[in-house]
Design a protein around this ligand. Structure first.
Ligand code: SAH
Length: 277
């Protein structure tokens, strides 16, 4: 099997140009874990060693498969070059169980354990594009972002290539830990993993230029709106018809004149739940 270059080498040639402080250079710490409600509970992981070898035994040249996925995303109407670049960079197959690796670049959601799913690439890129486009006065540039629902960490990794700082919160300990493991090799210094109930947002990182949820509730919690910066955008699935649980994508912009909301296409996300587990 052809040896692929190590991950940082590919990042250097794709995205480092525009974002010298996010990835591309070796950094001192990997994705960090921060306890959202504790003041001094921030724990920084030990620096991992570089992982030069490709994932074992899957027999696929993942960059070629990923390029095909990116072409399909472009065919579905994703136009933002940064989003397409980030989707082409993060290796989705590293975030799913080995039994599902062959489906990693299909436009499908996949189980990640504890009844949760990794979102479809089409939906991830659509939401990220909406987030970037919505930056009032500064479209295409993302400052601090809050993600609710880290899951396996895939979308958080993609986001970390697009935003200056990412806070990603997960309510299930098992998935929070899994995301940390999945993300370790990427050493994304601007990605902060939080364990807690994302319904309350994460006030210490606020205000956010963007807030993105990967789980759908009946309504957007007020805390998210409060923690969104003026000029920022929130993208989240919301339940539109209580009985059936049907969801649609909500885009909420916080303008100097108030909040503006629009409901877009139907989506299918896992439910937003309160409390931790
Ligand atoms: N972006 C994720 C998708 C994970 S699915 C990925 O790329 O894998 C959505 C996640 O939201 C689930 O892991 C679920 O546990 C989590 N979730 C649901 N309600 C939450 C809440 N109130 N706070 C934090 N996470 C929540």
């Amino acid at each position: 099997m052809k040896q692929r270059p190590s991950f940082p080498a590919r990042l250097d040639t794709t995205l480092a140009k525009n974002r010298p402080n996010t990835v591309g250079k070796p950094v001192a710490t990997p994705a960090k874990t921060v306890a959202p409600n504790a003041t001094a509970a921030s724990s920084v992981q030990k620096r991992p060693t570089l992982r030069p070898a490709p994932p074992p035994g899957h027999g696929m040249d993942s960059s070629a498969v990923r390029n095909r996925m990116v072409q399909k995303l472009a065919g579905q109407g994703i136009t933002d070059a940064q989003v397409l670049g980030a989707m082409g960079t993060i290796e989705r197959h590293r975030f799913v169980d080995s039994a599902l690796v062959n489906q990693a670049y299909e436009d499908t959601s996949l189980p990640i354990g504890l009844g949760q799913t990794i979102s479809k690439p089409g939906v991830v890129s659509r939401m990220l594009e909406l987030l970037l486009k919505g930056q009032l006065g500064n479209p295409g540039k993302l400052g601090r972002v809050l993600e609710i629902g880290t899951g396996c960490g895939y979308q958080a990794a993609v986001l970390s290539l697009l935003a200056t700082e990412v806070y990603s919160i997960e309510r299930l300990r098992g998935l929070h830990d899994k995301a940390r493991d999945n993300l370790r090799h990427l050493r994304l210094a601007n990605l902060h993993l939080l364990f807690g109930d994302g319904m309350a947002g994460y006030v210490k990182g606020a205000p956010y230029a963007g807030i993105i949820a990967a789980a759908g509730g009946e309504a957007v919690p007020q805390a998210w709106v409060d923690q969104l910066a003026v000029g920022g955008r929130l993208v989240a699935p919301v339940v539109t018809a209580g009985a059936s649980g049907a969801q649609a994508l909500l885009v909420l912009d916080k303008t100097p004149h108030g909040v503006r909301q629009s409901l877009l296409e139907a989506v299918h996300f896992v439910p937003l739940k309160s409390g931790i587990g």
